[in-house]
Design a protein around this ligand. Structure first.
Ligand SMILES: [Cu+2]
Length: 215
């Protein structure tokens, strides 16, 4: 359940392009025009509830060249369950969080795909270890499980240059996923069916729980 799970999303083409861009720059050094002379730039967000998850939080990203120092805190998440978290960005996106108006199929849930026109595809996966590219978007064994419902996340990440620039411009959107709609302490198929991203995962595991635009 690690990679390839995003095939089939509406955004898979964009995700693939971003992945290739990351692969192309992974071995680049930090010399050249990013060499420490840029002013650090900080963007931050309040993380607002989506899907009546009851969760809220805040986030802060310091951008220096391609380097992101990402911190976010989220409270009142479904406890002890993996919460996929990403910075979403797409050039075609509105750089906003979705609202109930984006519930295209009127099923009273916002799934990940319905939010893509607003926040774009996954640009950075906020994993706790290992790869942070979009390919790790659903690497559920490498995301925080929110003990007691709270995540305190901090990690330094090297992103693609265009992604880092977009985040610095205020166009990145931080999203934490995972909503236990029926409050049974598990992600199950009973309340919302399968995820539109991967039929092997319940929608509860991927539906967005909080969202904030990093400004
Ligand atoms: Cu996401």
């Amino acid at each position: 359940m690690k990679t390839k799970l995003l095939a089939g999303t509406a955004a898979s083409g964009a995700i693939l392009l971003t992945t290739l861009a990351l692969g192309g720059t992974a071995s680049a050094t930090s010399s050249g025009d990013d060499h420490g002379h840029e002013h650090g730039n900080v963007v931050s967000a309040r993380l607002n509830t989506l899907n009546n998850s009851g969760a809220t939080g805040d986030a802060r990203v310091k951008v220096e060249g391609k380097r992101l120092e990402v911190r976010y805190t989220a409270n009142h998440l479904a406890p002890n369950l993996p919460h996929a978290a990403h910075i979403h960005y797409g050039a075609q996106a509105a750089h906003e969080c979705p609202t109930v108006a984006d519930d295209a199929n009127h099923d009273f849930r916002l799934n990940v795909a319905e939010g893509v026109p607003k926040y774009g595809p996954i640009a950075v996966s906020l994993t706790t270890s290992g790869d942070t590219s979009p390919a790790s978007g659903l690497a559920v064994d490498r995301f925080s499980t929110a003990p007691n419902g709270t995540i305190h996340y901090k990690r330094d990440i090297s992103a693609a240059k265009d992604v880092a620039r977009a985040i610095r411009r205020g166009e990145g959107v931080l999203v934490v996923h995972g909503v236990d709609y029926n409050n049974n302490g598990a992600y199950d198929f009973a309340s919302a069916g399968a995820s539109e991203l991967n039929a092997a995962l319940p929608a509860e595991a991927t539906d967005p729980a909080v969202c904030g635009v990093l400004k």
